[in-house]
Design a protein around this ligand. Sequence first.
Ligand code: TTP
Ligand code: MG
Ligand code: ZN
Length: 192
Amino acid sequence: MHPEGFLEVITGPMFAGKTTELIKRVERQIFAKRKAALFKPAIDNRYSENHVVAHNGLKYEAFVIPTDEEGVRQIYEITKREGFEVIGVDEVQFFPISIVEALNTLADEGVYVIASGLNLDFKGDPFEVTRELLVRADNIVYLTAICTICGAPATRSQRLIDGKPAPRDSPIILVGGQEAYEARCRRHHIVP
Ligand code: TTP
Ligand code: MG
Ligand code: ZN
């Protein structure tokens, strides 16, 4: 597909289907007989199995990786050691900034790298890792969700604490799903 190496970034707010799009793209490469793997941060325990079965019955490996410098080294070294031609990295915003160089180098070395991650945090400020990947990307897949208030395209992730908008000084990292976040359009995104 991209024998010359390629860096693709899937981004947008929560509930946009980024993970689904990532898996779809990795599985399409499996159908094409590429050796592929998925990496996901250990921080997110919403899914944890170590093997994923693609729809054609073929398996590919899913590695759960710590979100530190050692984890970044692991992604690079596992990819080289196993000779993966295609790798997907989910929730890339949770890894340290060194992942940008690691993934960009893998792409330079011929790997088709697909990274999925949030562009913006709950405040609407950029996640540095995603931003730095986006400017280096060979292709960007920008997805939107649907605003829970008005039904317009949603580009923001609203954090809710006890049903109320989270204040600006709330910590950046808070793993969660529908109990803590909603997709919102710009007009309905509130940061007190
Ligand atoms: P995502 O995979 O982006 O959320 P999702 O699964 O709803 O979206 P998609 O369907 O597009 O895959 O996961 C985002 C994670 O990041 C989730 O655990 C919440 C967390 N998070 C933060 O830690 N800080 C933030 O500011 C925001 C917005 C999310
Ligand atoms: Mg996701
Ligand atoms: Zn709205």
